[in-house]
Write a protein that binds this ligand. Structure first.
Ligand SMILES: *[C@@H]1O[C@H](CO)[C@@H](O)[C@H](O)[C@H]1NC(C)=O
Ligand SMILES: *[C@@H]1O[C@H](CO)[C@@H](O)[C@H](O)[C@H]1NC(C)=O
Ligand SMILES: *[C@@H]1O[C@H](CO)[C@@H](O)[C@H](O)[C@H]1NC(C)=O
Ligand SMILES: *[C@@H]1O[C@H](CO)[C@@H](O)[C@H](O)[C@H]1NC(C)=O
Ligand SMILES: *[C@@H]1O[C@H](CO)[C@@H](O)[C@H](O)[C@H]1NC(C)=O
Ligand SMILES: *[C@@H]1O[C@H](CO)[C@@H](O)[C@H](O)[C@H]1NC(C)=O
Ligand SMILES: *[C@@H]1O[C@H](CO)[C@@H](O)[C@H](O)[C@H]1NC(C)=O
Ligand SMILES: CC(=O)N[C@H]1CO[C@H](CO)[C@@H](O)[C@@H]1O
Length: 611
């Protein structure tokens, strides 16, 4: 016993006299690249029902029978009780924006109902649902609005309202539904029923809407559960409304801001580029509320004279579109579709100059980095990559200048390996760690980089074409999948540096990647780190770290948060196991303030010391 104690004592003494190892990360207290913190944010466009049927909380699918030459109006989502017949009617427009309504021929004189199946289901639980609809045709009697379970056949909530409907005019009816119990699943429908005996035959209905409570109780607002998930990421900007969806396929189908504002009855909607008609219920103002509610800076994409399938607007014809942007107060867009020469030649400059002249303090971003940027314009870089390539880009912004910052407004690891392989269905752990390495590269250079956003943000599991995505969902909040990348972003985004701090070390980058910084407001020192061995990603060898922050003394306590997962290929997916493991431990600074710990092979970590 004494023998062992003796050796124990010798060992401690040995550590105490040891010099600081050369491979320790010695973090100076000053001298870093003073900069604003790297901004973690969100890139959103209504891709495959991430807006309509997604974060926009409207529960009724195809509520106003909106259509276009691309996607003609249809009865998708709608059905009727036995014997009744539904058809589309353009003879009695509700408004110029909403010309098409549904016409119900009762067929016999019983109770007739118009039924909507929601966006692949409707979540029903005890809360107040707020609804409204317009009806045209004389009817004396009750409208019975209800939520029904398809699975059990039961009525979940029912509200009667007395008809005020008259012949040859549209009358709006409003109601609430208050289920007392949660439905067994989301296979539920909404219906409006009436007694055909007291009604004109046919009756027409339009703009049939039903909302659950929304985030911050905004009318025409957003899904609470999805907003909460975003809030946890502490995003600082929202880039919207796209992207391709802003551009439109061909004239005149660009996103036109002033057709997305005002009462829903005045919003015509438009053919989106992702295969369906957009309602534009999620319009400019709703996007700005979204920014306000999550305390995000808006990065507003504006149309810069290019349709995806052509044409590019000529220089002589561009002025009205520049004027339209000035009317809207914003900035710039994408160069997909071969528009780069004209964008470099005149399109970007036309918008930049006009905006800066009127709003000198507004930041203007180009939609590319392949351009000689005017003055203080910010470039935009996108990468859809694989782990090997993304880690190779770790030093992409080293020696970047603060004169022209770059926003990485779309990034993601989409393939498992360096070779051309099919895209993953969900982000996987190896890809997530590679993304963390890339983000560390951005953090090191936050004097030259503005921010970063994973894209796409959302996936509706009932209808999608692009994978992987950051957050996947259905009508049923219990099926939401928060990906491995979501967990990583949450860790880094919640900790912002006000300045990076220089590190002196003999440790090269790879397999360990790291950046140090401090936040003057919270008096915290940080090390963000990720371990990824490009030669051998599956070999989970631990990496020892010794970190010394200048000004942190022996006895100070630090918090170490480590993310790792069951395997490099592990994905957080619907119905799957929880693959990300999050370990939080407390460390005590030893002599010189040194903090020692080991990180597992494929891992992401955050070390924080408050002084
Ligand atoms: C709801 O249930 C019906 C009948 O079982 C089924 O045909 C339908 O696919 C289900 N719908 C959804 C959205 O699950
Ligand atoms: C609602 O109205 C229908 C039709 O008039 C009637 O049969 C039913 O009893 C009413 N239900 C409630 C809860 O008032
Ligand atoms: C939108 O703005 C344009 C350009 O000022 C104008 O011509 C158009 O009438 C406006 N549309 C609506 C719906 O206000
Ligand atoms: C500061 O920026 C330079 C040039 O981009 C980069 O090489 C260096 O690593 C950065 N320093 C810190 C402390 O992040
Ligand atoms: C995914 O990972 C996170 C973090 O471990 C966990 O909270 C979440 O529940 C996981 N699963 C799904 C399906 O989102
Ligand atoms: C994560 O790392 C720890 C520490 O190295 C290890 O014990 C664990 O098995 C790893 N994997 C998971 C899934 O936690
Ligand atoms: C990566 O590539 C290797 C070799 O091509 C393959 O065996 C492995 O399954 C791939 N990993 C994933 C996650 O697909
Ligand atoms: C409108 C729509 O649903 N578009 C696409 C969404 O994704 C599916 C694949 O799941 C495509 O088949 C649809 O065309």
């Amino acid at each position: 016993m004494i023998f062992f104690k003796f050796f124990g004592l010798i060992a401690v003494t040995t550590v105490a006299v040891a010099q600081t190892p050369n491979n320790a990360l010695q973090v100076a207290n000053s001298g870093g690249n003073a900069s604003s913190p790297l901004q973690y944010g969100l890139m959103f466009e209504d891709i495959n029902h991430s807006g309509d049927g997604g974060i926009y909380a409207e529960l009724i699918r195809n509520r106003a029978f909106q259509g276009s030459d691309f996607f003609p109006s249809s009865l998708t989502g709608w059905g009727a009780s036995k014997g009744a017949t539904l058809s589309l009617d353009t003879n009695s427009p509700l408004s110029a924006a909403l010309p098409t309504s549904v016409r119900i021929i009762a067929g016999d004189t019983g109770v007739v109902s118009l039924v909507n199946e929601g966006w692949w289901g409707i979540e029903v639980k005890p809360q107040t649902y707020t609804g409204s609809f317009y009806v045209n045709g004389a009817y004396e009697g009750q409208f019975v609005t209800s939520l029904q379970s398809t699975t059990t056949g039961s009525t979940l909530a029912l509200t009667n309202l007395t008809s005020r409907s008259v012949a040859d005019a549209w009358t709006q009816h409003t109601f609430t539904l208050n289920p007392t119990n949660a439905a067994s699943d989301t296979n539920n429908t909404f219906s409006i029923a009436y007694d055909a005996a007291g009604a004109d035959d046919p009756l027409n209905f339009n703009l049939i809407s039903l909302f659950p409570p929304t985030y911050n109780n905004r009318p025409n607002g957003m899904r609470v559960d999805l907003m909460n998930v975003l809030k946890d990421m502490a995003p600082s900007f929202l880039r919207f409304p796209g992207g391709n969806n802003l551009e439109g396929d061909d004239p005149p189908h660009r996103w036109i801001w002033n057709e997305t504002i005002g009462p829903l009855v005045n919003r015509p909607g438009r053919p989106g580029v992702w295969g369906y008609e957009n309602t534009d219920g999620l319009g400019l103002i709703e996007y700005l509320w979204w920014c306000q509610d999550l305390n995000m800076e808006p990065i507003l994409d504006v149309w810069a004279g290019l349709y995806l399938d052509g044409p590019v607007i000529s220089e002589a014809d561009l002025a009205p579109y520049v004027q339209d942007v000035l009317n809207e107060l914003e900035f710039i867009m994408d160069n997909l579709g071969g528009g780069l020469p004209s964008y470099q030649g005149y399109r970007f400059a036309a918008f930049y100059n006009a905006i800066k002249e009127r709003y000198p303090d507004m930041n203007v971003l180009a939609s590319t980095v392949d351009i000689t940027l005017s003055e203080d314009a910010i470039g935009d870089y996108h990468t859809y990559s694989n782990p090997d390539a993304l880690i190779f880009q770790f030093n992409q912004f080293d020696h970047g200048t603060s004169e022209h910052k770059t926003l990485v407004s779309e990034y993601a690891n989409i393939q498992p390996n360096a070779t051309q392989q099919p895209r993953m269905p969900f982000p996987n752990w190896a890809g997530t760690v590679a993304e963390a390495v890339y983000l560390i590269g951005l953090e090191r250079n936050s004097h030259a980089t503005l921010g970063a956003a994973y894209a796409p943000l959302f996936q509706n599991l009932n209808s999608y074409q692009w994978t992987p995505d950051l957050i996947s969902f259905t009508a049923d909040p219990s099926q939401t999948v928060l990906s491995t990348s979501y967990e990583q972003i949450k860790l880094f985004s919640n900790t912002r540096f006000t300045t990076t701090l220089p590190i002196t070390t003999t440790t090269p980058f790879g397999p360990a990647y790291f950046v140090a910084g401090k936040n003057e407001a919270t008096n915290s020192y940080f090390l963000k780190a990720a371990v990824f061995d490009r030669q051998n990603p599956t070999a989970a060898a631990d990496v020892p770290f010794t970190v010394i922050f200048e000004g942190v003394e022996a006895g100070a306590s630090a918090t170490l948060t480590v993310l790792n997962a069951t395997s490099p290929e592990a994905m957080n997916m619907s119905g799957g196991e929880q693959v990300v493991r999050r370990d939080v431990s407390m460390l005590m600074a030893e002599k010189d303030g040194r903090l020692s710990f080991r990180l597992p092979g494929l891992s992401v970590a955050l070390l924080e010391v408050k002084v």
